[in-house]
Design a binder for this molecule. Sequence first.
Ligand SMILES: Nc1nc2c(ncn2[C@@H]2O[C@H](COP(=O)(O)OP(=O)(O)OP(=O)(O)O)[C@@H](O)[C@H]2O)c(=O)[nH]1
Length: 413
Amino acid sequence: MDIGYWIGIGVAVVAAIAVVVFLVMRGRKAALPEEEPAPPVTKTPAETEPKTERETKPKVKPVVEDLDVPEPTAGRLVRLRARLSKSNNSLGRGLLTLLSRDRLDDDAWEEIEETLLMADVGLESTNRIVERLRERVKVLGTRTAEELRGLLSEELTAALDPSFDRALNATGDGERPAVLLVVGVNGAGKTTTCGKIARVLIADGHSVVLGAADTFRAAAADQLETWGKRVGSTVVRGPEGGDPASVAFDAVKTGTEQGADSVLVDTAGRLQNKTGLMDELGKVKRVIEKQGPVAETLLIIDATTGQNGLEQARVFTEVCQVTGVVLTKLDGTAKGGIVIAVQQTLGVPVKLIGLGEGPDDLAPFDVQQFVDALLDDSRSVGGLKRLAGDRAGGPAPRREHEHGGTARRYRAP
Ligand SMILES: Nc1nc2c(ncn2[C@@H]2O[C@H](COP(=O)(O)OP(=O)(O)OP(=O)(O)O)[C@@H](O)[C@H]2O)c(=O)[nH]1
């Protein structure tokens, strides 16, 4: 036989073996279970369950989707306005009713003065408001309801000094974050306000680091951590009873490293007459300043403490240069006049007001909206109309506000 015959036989045998091996391998592969993808480093509960069940269950949301979305800050005071007018309507109603008396004699003016004092406006501002109102009412002669409202609105607005810069200095210079130091007496609402401010800043698109320099009350750091978690802010805390200045320093350092826009430093409540505690506050501020200036020192004042709170506040302004006041719990007092007294006594603008315990119950303070809320109680307008309508020669126009903005329009009923 020739060599070609044997080569042909060899090729046929190799081809047959190759076909057999291929078929065997394919059969084995088909018998193996389907290959599972590599498990993730951290498992979510859904991934630990059998595949069929997993497929029917909704996927676990990533943590970032669980974060709160704080309410936009624009129009907040408008939203909270009902609360403000409700808590303050006795002042607005009282003043408007008194002013609309037939005869504004000395007794009537005394009552107006008392109403202002009772609403915590403070002696100096009360005297000024009454003096100016008296003069202007005299010059005016006959008074229509709307004229009286206008006069009162102008005087209250002037007493609140609209020229103050109330913008929060809360965003850094691009290199360093803005540091906001939050101070005040016990229970004024510092920790709550820190959390609320963080939400305000985040709502406006900024990133925030929180520093729990209240090492005195362990619950305060936990409280701040809860606020931080809800909006995704880093919270820097230290050991209980540790040095608050060192926590503040670390918070600013972390904020700088993370490229945050703002660092909010919560401090322990302290009484103004405790020298050691007040010195400690000075130290916190000095230690922060090793890394850069403090952009804002916010003094938290509980509006319900009235004139007492003012005395305490004055000492804080001496220890650390307070740049703005946050007046909390305005929803719980009928004495809205405290805003006037705070600014008059401390010479510092009220920048924010707290109007409830809810996370977004903090609003930028706006003079005109505040005065409007004070005087815009329908009952007071109604009362005024009844009292002064005839003399005024017609009903008073009704004032309306558009929701969600500051635009106002007036229309006759
Ligand atoms: N109604 C109302 N309650 C408020 C407001 N702000 C704070 N609070 C409440 O006031 C209480 C005290 O608030 P905190 O934030 O713990 O006060 P703090 O100043 O940090 O307290 P200390 O650390 O003990 O000095 C809490 O029950 C808050 O919910 C507000 O604007 N309105």
